[in-house]
Design a protein around this ligand. Structure first.
Ligand SMILES: NC(=O)C1=CN([C@@H]2O[C@H](COP(=O)(O)OP(=O)(O)OC[C@H]3O[C@@H](n4cnc5c(N)ncnc54)[C@H](O)[C@@H]3O)[C@@H](O)[C@H]2O)C=CC1
Ligand SMILES: O=C([O-])CC(=O)C(=O)O
Length: 335
């Protein structure tokens, strides 16, 4: 195809807004998430990185007439340029589940992917907010923290495990039960992001509502197993992608609004925390320009929720330790 004799006149990418990188951008989550970020008015530059098909995704997205400039980066050699100067790095890279698998079954492949990508972040944009989507989140966030510590650039206020999909699901399923618009519902979801470590605090739902025991059991089970519901429905073709892209864009937007200086941005996220004895835990956090400004306590829990808290602790503890150990005592490379 013939090119233009002169370059397009408007130099773009230097306008107001933030620089965002999506790592794993050609995947099931990465593509719709990249579209949503390309449409976002707070994004001026969008860097799409993957080990596969980024030129195709970039060619496609670059034809949308939204102001963000999109650039593609392919393969490990281009990880540095993909990350240079980024304000926000969103990471949905890695393999998804198939029916019968747990999120922890993804550890062997995804742990190494996240470690490599975070080494890149540590080197090229250590002050960026990092949003980790790659599973198992309960372990990949501790992996990221250890890698950043080793590089001497760990700022716990800027590292977030994305658990927004659990909140999105909780709000949707609760809205169905109480018969209101899901946008009007707010359910805190705490703990982690796998099975029983996902703990919806239904007693704190807004608007206030008194659920029956049967409703609590149904809702808790559906929220904890929402990911598996999608994995089974997709029958081998992957896990949640569209709802996850929506959730990641929602959380990413909150990070960008916080970076811009907007006050009062509150989201649930899995973060370095002292709310419990576990070193990482998801609760509501207030995010500001420099990252997490406040981690909210759990608030009053009923008997059912206190039991759920006790049940989740040992699984979450083990997943955290597994991630920490992976970086501190890495497995010997296979011969
Ligand atoms: N936190 C959450 O709530 C959720 C997390 N997930 C997780 O997100 C991850 C991605 O899921 P999908 O997009 O459905 O998978 P996918 O397989 O469709 O896409 C993953 C992408 O990552 C890329 N990739 C692989 N190795 C890479 C590397 N070293 N560097 C950069 N990119 C690399 C692949 O080429 C692919 O394009 C999975 O681990 C999945 O379990 C999925 C849904 C919800
Ligand atoms: O279930 C999975 O494997 C993907 C995921 O984390 C979710 O949908 O919540």
């Amino acid at each position: 195809m013939g090119g233009l004799e002169r370059e397009p006149t408007r130099a773009r990418g230097a306008g107001p807004g933030f620089k965002v990188a999506v790592l794993g951008a050609a995947g099931g989550i990465g593509q719709p998430l990249s579209l949503l970020m390309k449409m976002h008015p707070l994004v001026s530059t969008l860097h799409l990185y993957d080990v596969f098909n980024t030129p195709g995704v970039v060619a496609d997205l670059s034809h949308t007439n939204t102001s963000a400039v999109v650039r593609g980066f392919l393969g490990n050699d281009q990880l540095g340029p993909a990350l240079d100067g980024m304000d926000l790095v969103i990471i949905p890279a890695g393999v998804p589940r198939k029916p019968g698998m747990t999120r922890d079954d993804l550890f062997n492949i995804n742990a190494g992917i996240v470690r490599t990508l975070i080494e890149g972040v540590a080197k090229h944009c250590p002050r960026a907010f990092i949003n980790i989507i790659s599973n198992p989140v309960n372990s990949t966030v501790p992996i990221a923290a250890e890698v950043l510590k080793m590089a001497g650039v760990y700022d716990p206020k800027r590292l977030f495990g994305v658990t927004t999909l659990d909140v999105v699901r909780a709000n949707t399923f609760v809205a169905e039960v109480i018969g209101v618009d899901p946008k009007a519902v707010d359910v805190p979801v705490v703990g982690g992001h796998a099975g029983i470590t996902i703990l919806p605090i239904l007693s704190q739902v807004k608007p206030q509502f008194s659920f029956t025991d049967k409703e609590v059991a149904y809702l808790t089970n559906r929220i904890q197993n929402g990911g598996t519901e999608v994995v089974e429905a997709k029958a081998g073709a992957g896990s949640a992608t569209l709802s996850m892209a929506y959730a990641a864009a929602k959380f990413g937007e909150s990070c960008l609004r916080a970076l811009q200086g907007e006050a009062g941005i509150v989201e649930c996220a899995y973060v370095d925390s002292e709310v419990t004895e576990l070193p990482f835990f998801a609760t509501k956090v207030r995010i500001g320009r420099a990252g997490i400004e406040e981690i909210f306590p759990l608030g009053p829990l009923n008997h059912y929720e206190r039991e759920g808290m006790e049940k989740l602790k040992s699984e979450l503890h083990d997943s955290i330790q597994k991630g920490v150990k992976f970086v501190q005592n890495p497995p010997a490379p296979k011969k």
